[in-house]
Ligand binder design. Sequence first.
Ligand SMILES: [Zn+2]
Length: 306
Amino acid sequence: MTNNTYHNQTASATAHIKTECPDCYEKRSKSVCKSCGGNGIARFYYNAIKSADNLVTKEKRRRHLKEFANYLGLNYLQELATFFRIKGTDEDFVYLEERIIDFVVKELREKRRSANKTQAGYLSNLQRSYELNRDTARRIPWDIIRTEHLRHPVGLKSCEYNPYEHSKLKILYDNSNLQYKAILAVLVSGMRIGGLYENITFENRRKYPDRLHFLKIKDLKLSTAGFTSDDMRDFGLALPGYTDVYRMIIYADQVNAKTGRSEQYPCYCTPEAFSLINQMLAKRQREGELDAIDKKYRDLECWGYA
Ligand SMILES: [Zn+2]
C-alpha cells in the first residue's frame, strides 16, 4: 500500500473531526465568541498552525492532530486542549502523557506498523501544537517519550524503493508517442520532474508568482551555442564523433520573490533525448502547430499538448 492511498483512507476516517470552534459551530455563543475571538476556528488548532509558513507543514499538522483526535474519540480539534482536564490537578497531565504514548505505541507502531521516522513526525507535530498553546508546555516530557517510546516496529524492513527497471521503462517507451518518448528520454537524462511542468501551489506563489512553470522551446539551447567556427573545428578535433545536445534552461527567468535570487540553471540532455526532441518539434512543425502561432511559438510549452 502506498502512503498516498493510506493518507486517503485516514482522511476519510477523520473527515468528521471539525477544525471549527465548537461554540460557534453549535451556535452556543450569541455575541462575539469568547472561545475563538470570533474567527470561528478552534483556538487550539489555530494556535497550532497559524505560524506555520509552509502549506505542506500545515496540512501535515492538521492531519496528525485529526488522527490523534480520532484515536481519542473526539469530534472537535478544540477538545485536544480540554479532554484530559478531569481532576484539575497535575495528574491530568500524566493522563495526557499516557494517551500520547498510547497513540504512538499502540496505534502508530503496533497497529499501523509505522516506521520510527513516521512516529517521530507525529510526535513532533503534537509537541509543537501543545507548545504553541502554551499552557501545557513543559508539562509533558517530550524528550523522554521520544527516547523511551519511539521504536521501529519489530520485523519491519526499512523503506523499500521500487524504481522502474529497464524492461519496464522499455514497455513505457515502446508504447509512447513521439512526445512522450522525448519526455522519457529527457527524464532519463536526469532532469528533475518539476523542470518539465509544474503547477505552483497557492502557498508557494508567494515565492514564485507564476501559476505554472514549464520548459519552453526557447529554453532549449544547443550546447555549442556561441562557438565560433574555429571553436567548432577545435572541438571536433578534440571530440571526434561528438553529437550536439541541448542545454536546457530550467526555471528560465524565474526569480525567487523572497530572496530576489535567480532560480534558473542549465541541465544537459543526452544525445538520444536531443534527437527525439528534434523529431517531435519537426513533427509538430509539419503538422502546422508551430507555424500557426508564428514567432510566439518559442514561448510554447516544449512538450505541446498531448
Ligand atoms: Zn467561537
